[in-house]
Design a protein around this ligand. Structure first.
Ligand SMILES: Nc1ncnc2c1ncn2[C@@H]1O[C@H](COP(=O)(O)OP(=O)(O)O)[C@@H](O)[C@H]1O
Ligand SMILES: [Mg+2]
Length: 190
């Protein structure tokens, strides 16, 4: 048996998600004073197939807060857009969620939240960023999912959570890291 941290996850926990059914939350209610515990800053998931990615997306979607910034890292085809699509669908967005590969950003409104999905793979430079008016999007209310954040270093705010995908022979390994208190609160409830 693995010892659990106060936030309910074992240190460096790896959770296996195999089905689309939302898993029951494994953690006990938070206890006073545990909010800043750094042991709650990292979590990894083994996602055996696309349905597992969607199941993780549903769990994250239920814990999003206005103003959150989430970076999505990983190679092309790793599952970043699949996760965003899963989160938007979980929030009740019924339209098509297409990759903003050429538009760089797609806006959404769902569950009373304003969300922005960026894919910065094709962002050329700071001038393009400024000309597109992207700076104004970061108003503290919109929720951001940002693919290829490394292409806009210094232009986008710090991430509350970073989600990194690794392509495995079968499935994906996903590491989630929380940088801020908001991110840690979200992570420890997953
Ligand atoms: N856990 C998983 N295991 C295997 N395949 C997956 C998993 N999650 C998503 N996929 C598949 O991998 C591809 C990911 O594409 P996409 O989400 O567009 O990647 P990215 O946005 O990272 O470029 C899709 O074909 C999707 O069906
Ligand atoms: Mg993508």
């Amino acid at each position: 048996m693995i010892a659990e941290s106060p936030c309910g996850h074992s240190k460096d926990a790896t959770l296996m998600i195999k089905s689309i059914k939302p898993a029951p939350l494994p953690n006990p209610p938070p206890q006073a004073g545990e909010g800043t515990n750094d042991r709650c800053a990292n979590l990894s998931f083994l996602l055996t197939d696309e349905n597992a990615t969607i199941a993780l997306a549903q769990r994250i979607a239920a814990r999003l807060k206005p103003g959150m910034v989430i970076y999505l890292r990983g190679d092309l085809g790793a599952g970043k857009t699949t996760l965003v699509r899963g989160m938007l669908n979980a929030l009740g967005y019924g339209g098509r969620v297409k990759s903003p590969t050429y538009t760089l950003v797609e806006p959404y409104h769902a569950a009373g939240l304003d969300l922005r999905h960026f894919d910065l793979y094709r962002l050329r430079d700071e001038d393009e960023w400024e000309a597109a008016g992207f700076r104004d999007e970061f108003d503290g209310q919109n929720i951001f999912f940002i693919e290829w954040p490394e292409n806009a270093q210094g232009l986008i705010p710090q991430a509350d959570m970073e989600i990194a995908f690794e392509i495995l022979e079968q499935g994906r390994n996903v590491e989630i890291h929380a940088n801020t208190e908001t991110g840690k609160q979200c992570l420890k409830q997953l």
